[in-house]
Design a protein around this ligand. Sequence first.
Ligand SMILES: Nc1ncnc2c1ncn2[C@@H]1O[C@H](COP(=O)(O)OP(=O)(O)OP(=O)(O)O)[C@@H](O)[C@H]1O
Ligand SMILES: N[C@@H](CCO)C(=O)O
Length: 300
Amino acid sequence: MRLVRDEVRVRVPATSANLGPGFDAFGLAHTVHDQVRVRATTGATEVRVIGEGAGEVSDGDDHLVVRALRAGLEHVGAPQAGFSLDCENAIPHGRGLGSSAGAVVAGLVAARGLISEPEALDDQVLLELATEFEGHPDNAAPALLGGATVAWMQGRAARAARIEVNPQIALTVLIPTERLPTKRARAALPATISHADAAFNAGRAGLLTLALSTRPDLLMAATEDRLHQTQRADAMMATIALVGRLREAGHPAVVSGAGPTVLVFSELEHRDLEAVGLAGAGETWTVRRPTIDTAGAQLL
Ligand SMILES: Nc1ncnc2c1ncn2[C@@H]1O[C@H](COP(=O)(O)OP(=O)(O)OP(=O)(O)O)[C@@H](O)[C@H]1O
Ligand SMILES: N[C@@H](CCO)C(=O)O
């Protein structure tokens, strides 16, 4: 395998995983994007970041996009080089919006763009490689494929299928200032759950597939969860309280990924925010109303 280009640009969407009952399985891409320009050089790796993560993430070979890029090239036996990266990041880090999966998918798609036989890094291969980085496929699948996805593990290989999302479904994302690393949120989960709770979530997850596609009227019931949200409450009390207030007011709200961002399956207006005590709380919660990104990661 050869490198046939010395420069590519990649765009990846933010993602929300879980969507209530679909822990480690469901995910959704939205129209908030990171962009990265990758140039192969003969010098040492250097990374410049504007936006989210600037001044925090590594500026060398430890940078997550570079690590994923190198893993992609290694997988197909392509030569390594020095890399010069320019990242323009809009996906907040550690908020449950799939920033790490976005970075990994961006690096892998960049690798696909640089090599002589890009089909050797098709979506299936990239999903498997991204899942090795992430440990679970629920953010990587929508970051790569776009739209809403259900992902699962077939033995050690990740698989994913898309759900065609009903165009009536709108989104509001409420992003707090504090972060919650996914690792910490996962450590808060109990080792076992009851059969009744497993059955509850299995039914709701099935219902969610219907609700997202043909029956958005079922979204309230379909986004109920007993496996992970309240179990993580100590790590994100304001988030769980806000999800509760939104649901009491009739809005299908869930924790986005491992939190602490809240995802709502409706377009909240100012008066809706006021009703749950959020109007004027702009310093604590950033309100965004993205649409669903149906394209997934793209070489530009
Ligand atoms: N664009 C990026 N470039 C480099 N490193 C990144 C980038 N995005 C995320 N990371 C790394 O991943 C960490 C955040 O990952 P983490 O899994 O904790 O949260 P998340 O992916 O934002 O949320 P979630 O997995 O719940 O959706 C950052 O602190 C940083 O180390
Ligand atoms: N399913 C994952 C998503 C965050 O990466 C979790 O909730 O821990």
